[in-house]
Design a protein around this ligand. Sequence first.
Ligand SMILES: Cc1cc2nc3c(=O)[nH]c(=O)nc-3n(C[C@H](O)[C@H](O)[C@H](O)COP(=O)(O)OP(=O)(O)OC[C@H]3O[C@@H](n4cnc5c(N)ncnc54)[C@H](O)[C@@H]3O)c2cc1C
Length: 334
Amino acid sequence: MISNPVSLKAYNTFGIDASCDRLIEINSEEELSEILPIPHKEVRVLGGGSNILLTGDLERKVLHNQIKGIKVLKENDSYVLVEVGGGHDWHQFVMWAVSHGYGGIENLSLIPGTVGAAPIQNIGAYGVEQSEFFVSLTMYDLTTGKDHILLEEDCRFGYRDSIFKGPLKGKCFITSVRYKLTKKHELRMDYGAIKKKLVEKMIAYPTIRDVSEMVIEIRKSKLPDPRELGNSGSFFKNPIVTTSKFNRLIAEFPEMPHYSIDDETVKIPAGWLIDQLGWKGKRIGDVGTYEKQALVLVNHGKATGGELWDFAKMIIQEVEDHYGIVLIPEVNVW
Ligand SMILES: Cc1cc2nc3c(=O)[nH]c(=O)nc-3n(C[C@H](O)[C@H](O)[C@H](O)COP(=O)(O)OP(=O)(O)OC[C@H]3O[C@@H](n4cnc5c(N)ncnc54)[C@H](O)[C@@H]3O)c2cc1C
């Protein structure tokens, strides 16, 4: 345990220098049980800190999830059921699956953070979401100290959404997650530039490893490395609007990119909306948007969380004024 008060600068990928009252490393369910119950308003749960924005010092304890390990629970010719510690690094888990030839999550290579945080916003990339391979998780209610198992249907997964961003927000600690990975896998290569890359490299019969490597290569070329430039990936969710609202928008902005979700809703890339308003690469002091992607807010060095949040609010306001769309942060603002 590190106490009184401790800087969280090294614990968040924005590199914001804010502190908490106490940082408590949790290495096992037993260690967690010893310190619970705690009223949830006195505590925050932290994984890799790659999806939080610290807007000031936290007058709370922070529980840092360090519960690691991968266990195979069940296996047959078609699939393998694995249990992964909530504090295990997500990308290391993907690399473990790739090295064993287990399919499903290869498109989610190189997403920073921990396995326990993956269900929180139902991480997704390149046409795949973790919910497709999710089976169940174990979580502890912070206030009662009791453990519960939640199945896929309990978690209410949606686009960058789950029950953990709704009624259970800030109220639980996820200690382990179970995934069902495939042995007879159908690769998903239609999204983004994966197929194009495979053609360029003349890979005619791609493997799970090939797809993972293409995703890693594409991601490295598009996103800033938090070790070099503080960021939290996409700052905003892509807005989803009704078809009737979209029809009005497209009449006014015929070049607006979009993806139909179903008959009633359409998704619009937030990055495009922000870029159109001239925000790509913009900088105010040490806060800015990434030069290659307006959706990624960056800390050029000494930005505070408050400055980043003010900058984000300016973007939200301008997008609303121009398009009538209210952007919602994907990042958890603390
Ligand atoms: C460069 C970059 C690229 C990214 N790309 C993607 C992407 O392609 N797709 C995507 O979906 N996301 C992406 N992200 C966002 C981020 O990687 C994910 O949201 C990730 O799941 C966050 O994990 P974490 O452990 O860092 O969570 P943290 O930032 O530590 O926490 C995030 C939230 O989850 C809660 N939480 C964390 N662990 C637990 C737990 N064990 N129990 C209960 N609550 C918990 C926290 O309290 C907090 O509210 C990216 C981020 C960066 C920096």
